[in-house]
Design a protein around this ligand. Structure first.
Ligand code: FES
Length: 312
């Protein structure tokens, strides 16, 4: 069995044939770009000649041209196709190849395969099926990836905002496993309806977070208590440099009309305004104040614990 996995590393619209896009996936620096036909490629963001970053380079019909000495690398194979000013009796040395990654584009994301052997398994975004106007974005948050994943389980109200909804710190049940994710439900209440969340006994809304045991695919659903979906979000997360986390997300509001929703919810829907926000700025004090930590009881999270002990 191949050791490795697919990672969603960018929104599809962020990768162009005009300008290379540098990204970091699990601490590894990559550069993404397209050819004139629109096919997407991923290379290690290091020139095999002198190890300078390739991402400031120029896209040419032959591939990505290094900004330093102008060598050009093929997107699919990483092989050097051209070196400027070679003498007539000189050839491009075959050993000069950039490391190339397999790329798959689906569901509005660019995925790369990191690992040995042939790719296996489904793409991280495979379970995300938008059924409505999408809202998307990207950010790098000042938080280690393992901590981000654990906070998404323990205190999603620190990482997400819903303009018409207050997510409470009340857990609805115990964490559970769902295929390759840990799942936990938090109670939610509509803003502006009735008494504040500190006094709420019934939670008309549920925020369900699915946090991966391996990889970075996070799924979030805002549901009614009767399990009618209101909002679905897919967040592709991965470790960036120096204890930060890269996020790329897409989400949508479901078409169901909810009679109990406040007027503000209906007005935002009519105006086409986003029903959620993935926070690019996280408040350390709020995260530090999370007292109950379901993720700490989960022995299966050893990979994330190891990452926390050895941050990149
Ligand atoms: S460093 Fe890239 S071509 Fe020389």
């Amino acid at each position: 069995m191949a050791e490795g996995q697919w990672w969603a590393v960018a929104l599809t619209e962020a990768v162009s044939s005009e300008k290379p896009l540098p990204v970091v996936c699990e601490g590894e620096e990559l550069v993404l770009f397209r050819n004139a036909a629109g096919q997407a490629f991923a290379l290690e963001d290091r020139c095999p000649h002198r190890r300078v970053p390739l991402s400031p380079g120029v896209l040419t019909p032959g591939g990505l041209q290094c900004p330093y000495h102008g060598w050009t690398f093929d997107g699919a194979s990483g092989v050097c196709r051209e070196i400027p000013n070679l003498h007539a009796d000189e050839r491009v040395p075959a050993r000069h190849a950039a490391k190339a990654f397999l790329v798959a584009e689906a569901d509005g994301f660019i995925h790369v395969w990191r690992g040995s052997g042939a790719p296996t398994g489904v793409l991280p975004s495979a379970a995300y099926r938008p059924a409505g106007r999408e809202y998307s974005g990207s950010a790098v948050v000042n938080m280690a990836h393992c901590n981000y994943l654990e906070t998404m389980l323990d205190g999603p109200e620190c990482l997400l905002a819903f303009p018409c909804v207050t997510i409470t710190d009340f857990f609805l049940g115990e964490p559970r496993r769902d295929d390759k994710h840990l799942v936990l439900d938090h109670g939610g209440v509509w803003k502006g309806k009735g008494i504040g969340p500190a006094f709420v006994r019934d939670h008309p809304l549920v925020l369900r977070t699915r946090v991966p045991l391996v990889g970075g695919a996070i799924f979030v659903e805002l549901l009614t208590a009767a399990e009618v979906p209101l909002v679905t979000i897919f967040i592709a997360s991965t470790a960036n440099r120096r204890g930060t986390t890269s996020l790329n997300w897409r989400g949508f509001r479901h078409a169901h009309k909810i009679p109990s929703a406040p007027l503000a919810w209906q007005l935002r829907r009519a105006a086409g305004r986003a029903p959620f926000e993935v926070l690019a700025e996280v408040k350390g004090a709020s995260i530090a104040a999370l007292r109950v930590a379901p993720s700490l009881n989960l022995t299966s999270r050893t990979r994330h614990e190891a990452e926390c002990r050895n941050p990149r």
